[in-house]
Ligand binder design. Structure first.
Ligand SMILES: [Zn+2]
Length: 219
């Protein structure tokens, strides 16, 4: 929804790594075992993936980074890259109770063809087990097993949570949002409004109302 409304690319390092794994290339081979066990891929590897991606032409008017940075090292490299590219960063801190995260992720299914994510509880496909867009059979993601999710949450506490202070001290605005209480549309509007009030996006370029038909949501 953010990508659609802000008209800038969504860059997910997890999706990039999964694409390398599917392609069976060298980066994929390095990443496969780590992702399966909930461990983080090396800083050098993801830093280089992001550096290459954000130098592409479609990133000139801005980017949404998802799943990156996850360590203080990555954050430092990212701030340097952003400065070189003339980007002004903001952090969106979505807060959700860990037990809710586990419940959501264990019910998550992904289309192996187009990558669309479904949730058995909050966003099921129209026909059980089948992608709405292309009819492919949905599969749980390898890294969505409960033990792997708990390991990822531990890694988050140790390696990623300290970034909140790191960014605050670096003068980067941190937008705190309750990620559990509101609907996706309201969360999206809250994020867009916060970015606009920081002067990071032009409020006239994003729609105030999400098109209701698009997500199949009625008000
Ligand atoms: Zn699909």
């Amino acid at each position: 929804m953010l990508r659609h409304n802000l008209k800038i690319p969504h860059i997910s390092t997890g999706d990039m790594l999964r694409a390398h794994i599917a392609a069976g290339d060298e980066i994929g081979e390095q990443s496969r075992g780590l992702l399966r066990s909930g461990k983080l891929v090396s800083d050098e590897l993801v830093n280089e993936l992001v550096r290459a991606r954000i130098s592409e032409p479609d990133c000139r008017s801005g980017i949404i980074l998802d799943g990156y940075p996850r360590t203080v090292n990555q954050a430092g490299v990212l701030l340097d890259m952003m400065q070189q590219n003339g980007f002004r960063p903001a952090v969106i801190h979505l807060m959700v109770d860990y037990e809710k995260i586990v419940a959501r992720l264990t019910g998550r299914r992904q289309c192996p063809v187009c990558g669309t994510l479904y949730s058995l509880t909050t966003h099921p496909p129209k026909v059980e087990g089948v992608c709405d867009l292309d009819g492919a059979t949905l599969v749980p993601r390898d890294d969505d097993r409960e033990s792997v999710i708990r390991e990822r949450l531990d890694q988050y506490d140790m390696q990623t949570r300290p970034l909140l202070n790191y960014f605050r001290q670096a003068g980067v605005p941190v937008i705190k949002i309750d990620g559990a209480a509101a609907s996706p549309e309201n969360i999206m509007r809250h994020i867009s409004d916060s970015l606009a009030s920081l002067g990071l996006i032009d409020p006239s370029v994003y729609p105030r109302e999400a098109p209701a038909s698009e997500a199949g949501v009625t008000r």
